[in-house]
Design a protein around this ligand. Structure first.
Ligand code: GSH
Length: 204
């Protein structure tokens, strides 16, 4: 059994999407980051970085409980555990890893800053809003080009798609019109129509 500590955020949803898509059994532990649950001693014992998501796999690699923090690492761990959503052939696998890293190092942090400056910041900071919004729109353009003539980001559907989807889900928060990125929109609609993925989005 897997214990999943998460909340209804873009990073948090990656874990439940993957658990649902893999058909794994798990117990959901909501960590309400709005109420600072991430700073409790019980949770920091699991993730000393005080961020969701995190999982604890009772049947880890050596048959012992194993903790995984960082959403990208959780996706890779579950892909390796199940043999799903990441190819074994090296070139294909690294294509998935590249687009996973593109999300973890680019889409996540930049889109996250757009959310902050447009929605959360107590003062309106035009420099911050413009800087991150422009980078966000640029990244949508990269995704749109990548998805031209492709169903998914890297070969078959993979953890790269599961990592990116919950960030694109917030296009309204980013004030980005998906109609301006038709390949992203097609990809987004295809993924959102998957029952397991939709359940993973709802779970936290
Ligand atoms: N690099 C981390 C980032 C995780 C992260 O930023 N999680 C946010 C929610 S999306 C969080 O826990 N925020 C609570 C806080 O910063 O106090 C990952 O990918 O798992």
């Amino acid at each position: 059994m897997i214990e999943c500590y998460t909340w209804k955020t873009s990073n948090g949803r990656k874990a439940t999407i993957m658990l649902e898509e893999c058909g794994l059994e798990y117990n959901l532990h909501p960590i309400d980051i709005g109420k600072d649950d991430q700073f409790t001693p019980a949770f920091t014992a699991i993730n000393p970085n005080s961020k969701i998501p995190a999982i604890v796999d009772a049947e880890g690699p050596d048959g012992k409980p194993y903790t995984v923090i960082e959403s990208g690492a959780i996706l890779m761990y579950l892909a390796e555990k199940t043999g799903k959503f990441m190819p074994s052939q090296m070139a294909a696998r690294y294509e998935v890893v590249q687009w996973l890293m593109f999300q973890v190092g680019g889409v996540g942090p930049m889109f996250g800053q757009v959310h902050h400056f447009k929605r959360a910041a107590k003062e309106k900071v035009p420099y911050g809003i413009n800087r991150y919004y422009n980078e966000c729109v640029r990244l949508y353009g990269v995704l749109n080009t990548r998805l031209a003539g492709r169903d998914y980001l890297a070969g078959d559907i993979s953890i790269a798609d599961f990592a990116t989807l919950p960030w694109v889900f917030r296009h309204d928060w980013q004030e980005v019109d998906l109609n301006n990125f038709p390949n992203v929109k097609r990809w987004y609609d295809t993924l959102m129509a998957r029952p397991a993925l939709a359940k993973g989005m709802e779970m936290p």
